[in-house]
Ligand binder design. Sequence first.
Ligand code: CU
Length: 278
Amino acid sequence: MRRFLSCAATMAVLSACAEKPAPPAEPAAAPTTPPPVVEITAADFAYQAPDTIGGGWVTIRIKNTGQELHHGALYRLTQGKTAEDVYKLEPGAAPDWMVAAGGPSAPGPGGSLETTVNLAPGNYLLVCEIPSPDGKLHFMKGMVRPLTVVAATGNAAPPAAHLTVKLSDYAFDFSGELTAGKHTIRVETVPGQPHEVIIARLMPGKKAEDFLAWVEKMNGPPPVEGVVGGTTALATGEVNVFDVELTPGDYALICFIPDAKDGKPHAAHGMLKTIKVT
Ligand SMILES: [Cu+2]
């Protein structure tokens, strides 16, 4: 008993004199993983895609098995709206309750492209807004598909980007130069309208303006070799990340999103640029 008391007394003293105990260690953060890859297939004129996917950072890879260009634009449907409400819309700028969450830009026939998106759980619609030569947008021909996003199961982190492009009404603002080589680019839209960034490799002697003119009529051969990377429409506050591999030559940066005021593509408001990669 005495021994116990002595021991207890000693401990009490030690305890009183000791510095504040170290706070308990923070629970270790779960290790992050690369975003899971979700494959979608775009044909003329239908998507193959899962009905339900986990949210958070997800890489959407689109493979084009058709003859025309197709992209994978994801819209989050808020305010309780459903795909049926979207089907009633006239072409033009998307309403407020369709939040443009981005997605992969348009690979050529036989090609594929991927873009990493960050999806909050909810109801989404996968849409192709690219026109056919007859002027009809692909979603009017059936390229629209509901997608349910549930809570993320893993702890995916976005790819580490070394360049950021800020999209505004109506400009692309890159944090650095687009040089030859591989770039991982983070895309953000500053307060304003939704925008996209498309990077297309131009045929020799062609300019971004030629690409805009061609998309409006689709007469004759395209002035681009193809889209090499980019996003679909991205609303303020949404973030996408994509990789692009550039080789020396001329490229177009362009946004085709219809303007909220006049319905013209943003490119017609100056959101297009020809850049020379060396
Ligand atoms: Cu734009």
